[in-house]
Each structure stands twice: as C-alpha cells, then as structure tokens.
Design a protein around this ligand. Structure first.
Ligand SMILES: Cc1cc2nc3c(=O)[nH]c(=O)nc-3n(C[C@H](O)[C@H](O)[C@H](O)COP(=O)(O)OP(=O)(O)OC[C@H]3O[C@@H](n4cnc5c(N)ncnc54)[C@H](O)[C@@H]3O)c2cc1C
Length: 381
C-alpha cells in the first residue's frame, strides 16, 4: 500500500486547509448555540469543489479517487471547526450523491448530480423510522405503484439536512411480506405533493447540521424517480453504508489532529507547580495516547480508501474504520478537555463542543455496537 501524496495532492490538501481556516469558522459559537446551518459556508465549499470530490467530471464533480477524497476531507476537518457543516456535506455526498451515481439512470444523474455537486441542491437520505433504527430493514413506510407514480406513506426521523434539503432518498417497502427484498429507494423532491418536513430536531452536538422528521402522506413520486430496480433497496442502502462507513469520518481525523496540536500547545504554555503541565507524565501520557489514536484512525481511513480505490471489497475494513475513528475521536476530545482542566469545560474553550460533536459519530451510519456485531460476524462468530 502506498499512501504517499503527490505534489498535486499535497497542494490541493493545503489549499483546502487554508480555505477552511480562513472562511468557515467565523461565528461558529453563535451558530452552535442557535443550531444554525451555515448556508454561505455550504456554498463556499461547493464552489471549492468539495461536494463533488468523488463524482466524475462529466457529472459536475472533480473525479477524485477514494484516497484523494478522504485526504482532502481530512484537511477540511482540520481547518473547519464547524463539524456540523462538515457532517452535512458528508451526509449529502455519501447518502445521496454516491448511490445516485452508482444506481441512478442516465437521466437521473443528468438531472440531479451537477446541481448536487455545485451545492445548489442540498440532499440526504431518510431510512430511520421511529420504530426502526439499527434494524433498518424492518421499516414500515410503504410504496405502492399506481400507474406512472408510486404513492408513499409513512414517517421518517433523524433525517440529516431534512430541514433544508431539496432532494432525499426515501426508503420504503413495496411488499412487507418479503422483508428486505421488498425495499426500494426513491428520489423525492421537497415539493412533491404529500411530503411534509416536520419539526426540526435539536441535537446535543453537530448542532449546525439541520435534522428533521419527514412525513409521507400519499406522497406521489414519478416512476422515473425510483432509484434502481424494484426491490433493490437493500443493495442500494448497503452500498451507500459501505461508502459512508469508509469515508464519513475522514474529517474527524483532521479534527483529531487539530485537537492534538492545540492540546500540545496548551500543555506547553500552562504552568502549575512552577512548570509546564506537559512536563507532568500524567499529562504527557494523555498527549501520547492522543497521538496514538490519531495515527491509528488515519491508518484505518487510508487503508480502507486505498483498498476501495483498487476495487477490493471493504466490508470489514469500512466497519473497522468507522468504529476505530469514532471511538478514538470521542476519547481524544475527552482528553483535550481534561488537559485544559476547568477551562476545557467552558464553552469558550471550544473543546466541549468537539466532544458533543464527536459523540454523534458513535451513533450515525450504524452504532458502535452494530459495527462490532458486523465485525464479529465477519470474523465467523
Ligand atoms: C447525528 C445523527 C445523524 C443521523 N442522520 C440520519 C440520516 O440522515 N438518515 C437516517 O435515516 N438516519 C439518521 N440517523 C439515525 C441513525 O442511523 C440511528 O440513530 C442509528 O441507526 C441507531 O438507531 P436508533 O437510534 O433507533 O437506536 P436503536 O437501534 O434503538 O439502538 C439503541 C441501542 O441498542 C443497541 N442495539 C440495537 N441493536 C443491537 C444489536 N443487534 N446488538 C447490539 N446492540 C444493539 C444500539 O447500538 C444502541 O446502543 C442519524 C443519527 C444521528 C445521531
């Protein structure tokens, strides 16, 4: 495996880091308090090419390979402290753009991908329901074919970008009696009759990433907006989850690196008992552990992306990467607070927000328990 960056990749990564540091962080504390999405930042990232990173050039993207994509997202996460904005971009890329690219018809790709890449459309997916979370395929939302349309009925929850989204993939079943084989994905536009975006859900972290409930009451979806063939929803979702698990936490590796560097600086500057606190082994060990976790997370991320770029199966590696990065991110954020003592607990230190943001990563794209269940079964247990 070769993870050496070319001159061109290095320059791109540096330019993204600089752009993010300069353009995306202003007013974040207030936006976090108000749970406010940064639409201007969203557009700036799209103009920079972030939204279309893995999408081929002919569909309006940059056509980057998986390793370049995660490297660039890592730089974005390093420079941009707004983990909510970064999460919204990731939800848009992995749960909508990529399944659309890989399962969509020529017309669907032409109609939507260029506008998803240039950021004029905001997207996401709606799988989770009040009664089906980890057991996603037990969903109750139904789809019934009536002439040239499908009629969808049901309710979805925890839909990221739901409140601001223009296009979402809604998963529904055509026939509950055949279980996962009855599931199908539909490209649903915000103004389709019968689609109602419910209340905004206020979250503990990632507060700048909007989330909402979505209701479908005789929602009419044209037949040409079915994504893939009837009953292919399980494949569609599994494919999307594989990409999601492999790539969604690339930016978290950048965020962890940022936490490590600021924590080292703090430990050198802060003096107690007449010396820098970093000189106390109990503090230094925390920084060593942080470094170990960042490097471990980065290695899992790059290895998975490299294998993906070579067209290998990454089912196991993606689950391992998701689990490793999310757990390490939470522990890094905890250590960053502990190293800062009482100051770390204060909102103005801006590390308590990092912990709140990091905790969500144990839940979305399959909880840490579900990743462990998957990994155990892949180990033959
Ligand atoms: C920030 C965030 C963003 C999200 N964005 C989206 C989105 O855009 N679209 C969408 O559809 N969904 C989204 N979700 C929902 C997310 O996918 C679910 O929260 C997740 O799948 C868990 O489902 P649940 O919350 O219903 O928990 P449950 O499935 O009820 O799980 C509760 C607990 O039981 C454990 N558990 C469940 N089954 C098992 C098992 N077999 N073995 C061991 N333990 C188990 C879980 O790990 C968890 O600890 C988002 C969630 C969050 C937090």
């Amino acid at each position: 495996m070769d993870f050496a960056w070319s001159e061109e990749q290095t320059q791109f990564r540096e330019s993204v880091k600089k752009f993010a540091l300069e353009e995306l962080n202003d007013g974040l504390r207030e936006r976090d308090k108000r749970s406010e999405f940064n639409l201007e930042g969203w557009r700036k990232c799209a103009d920079f090419g972030i939204h279309g990173l893995p999408i081929p050039i002919e569909h309006g993207g940059l056509g980057a390979d998986p390793l370049t994509t995660v490297g660039v997202l890592e730089s974005l996460g390093y420079g941009c402290k707004d983990n909510g904005l970064v999460f919204s971009i990731n939800a848009h890329m992995w749960t909508l753009e990529v399944p659309l690219l890989d399962f969509g018809s020529k017309e669907q790709k032409q109609r939507y991908l260029p506008r998803l890449c240039n950021g004029s459309l905001v997207g996401g997916n709606a799988m989770t329901e009040p009664g089906s979370g980890s057991d996603a395929y037990s969903l109750q939302t139904t789809a019934e074919r009536r002439g040239d349309r499908y009629v969808l009925n049901g309710s979805k929850t925890f839909v990221s970008n739901g409140g601001v989204g223009d296009l979402i993939i809604v998963y529904a079943t055509l026939d509950r009696s055949i279980g996962p084989n009855g599931i199908c994905g539909f490209l649903v536009e915000r103004d389709y009759p019968g689609l109602q975006v419910g209340r905004a859900l206020e979250k503990m972290g990632l507060r700048t990433s909007p989330m909402a409930e979505v209701f479908l009451e005789n929602c009419e979806v044209p037949v040409e907006n079915r994504l893939g063939r009837e009953g292919n929803g399980k494949n569609l979702f599994t494919h999307s989850m594989n990409w999601e698990r492999a790539c969604i936490l690339a930016s978290a590796v950048g965020a962890m690196q940022r936490l490590l560097e600021t924590s080292i600086r703090y430990a050198k500057d802060r003096k107690q008992f007449g010396q820098s606190i970093g000189k106390f082994q109990l503090v230094a060990t925390k920084l060593v552990d942080m470094k170990m976790r960042v490097d471990q997370a980065r290695a899992a991320l790059y290895q998975t992306a490299w294998l993906q770029g070579k067209g290998k199966s990454i089912f196991l590696e993606a689950a391992l990467a998701k689990l490793t990065i999310s757990e390490n991110w939470v522990r890094c954020a905890e250590d960053a607070i502990q190293i800062r003592g009482g100051y770390g607990y204060m909102v103005e230190s801006e590390v308590e927000r990092e912990l709140r943001d990091a905790l969500g990563s144990r839940l979305y794209s399959g909880t840490s328990e579900i990743q462990r269940v998957l990994i155990a079964s892949l180990l033959g247990l």
